[in-house]
Design a protein around this ligand. Structure first.
Ligand code: DGL
Length: 267
């Protein structure tokens, strides 16, 4: 593991770009290698076996690119494949998921008593948030709701009115009526934060993993002396398993400079 190595980030689609753009702002000296598994989106509706397989191939690809750290920028993959990825990577790179930093925040957020979680079927079925939160805060009620259509809608276009209609009908679910906070348990959802806030009249704390995740990565790389030391700017690389114009356009939402997407076949 070398400090000059890139940071590998992956997701099924554009969700992980929310993490990648935040890393590039917080750590502008670092080089990013991004992989969007657009061929297999959405992960949230796949079996755990398939998700594990996709992740293992992507992780191998990122290790071969000499990544010093791998960020699983997808809740579904974090929920299902974290353990397998840790075993696969061993000491070759640091591995970060997007769930633990949120759980760490909740550990000390004593003002939170009734937390809602929304995410894909895979994330909600894994029960990972409720199990982790409950293991150290028995005073908290966790209400989890699968919102499987959202990631695809956001991938297509989060500004559309039907996205609002479907989002509202999910959030109206009585399971969420008394919550004081809501975990966005999918890296696509930060793109509709304002719509979620609007629904709750800003009365519910929206917990977005990105800030917690990126801070954790920075602190870890710093303490392990793995932040890049030379200031030579290396270009980020963005790979997808299935190139589409739509994905290419979406990258412009996150990065000001033009991104060249490269399609690779790793499966
Ligand atoms: N961005 C992924 C996540 O955080 C979900 C999208 C998908 O289902 O592929 O779970």
């Amino acid at each position: 593991m070398k400090s000059e190595g890139p940071i590998g980030i992956f997701d099924s689609g554009i969700g992980g770009l929310t993490v990648a753009s935040s890393i590039s702002k917080l750590l502008p000296n670092e080089q990013i290698i991004y992989f969007g598994d657009t061929q297999h989106l959405p992960y949230g509706s796949k079996s755990f076996k398939r998700i594990n397989y996709y992740c293992s191939q992507i992780v191998e690809f990122l290790i071969n690119k000499n990544c010093k750290a791998i960020i699983i920028a997808c809740n579904s993959a974090s929920a299902v494949a974290s353990e397998q990825i840790n075993q696969q990577v061993k000491k070759k790179a640091l591995v970060f998921n997007v769930i633990d930093p949120v759980v760490d925040y909740i550990k000390n957020a004593k003002h939170l008593k009734q937390i809602g979680v929304i995410g894909t079927n895979a994330t909600i079925d894994s029960n990972v948030y409720a199990a982790k939160i409950k293991s150290f805060r028995s005073d908290i009620k966790v209400s989890s709701l699968a919102t499987p259509l959202l990631a695809n809608l956001i991938e297509e276009d989060n500004q559309k009115l039907y996205t609002k209609g479907i989002l509202d009908s999910y959030l109206k679910n009585q399971i969420l009526t008394k919550i004081d906070s809501l975990i966005l348990g999918c890296t696509h959802y930060p793109l509709i934060t304002s719509r979620i806030n609007e629904f709750f009249n800003s009365q519910v704390e929206i917990i977005n993993s990105i800030e917690y995740v990126t801070n954790k990565i920075k602190n870890n790389l710093q303490s392990k002396k793995l932040l890049k030391t030379n200031s030579e700017k290396l270009k980020h690389h963005f790979y997808v398993s299935d190139y589409t114009e739509n994905f290419q356009k979406k990258t412009e939402l996150f990065f000001s400079s033009k991104i060249i997407l490269e399609e690779v076949n790793i499966f």
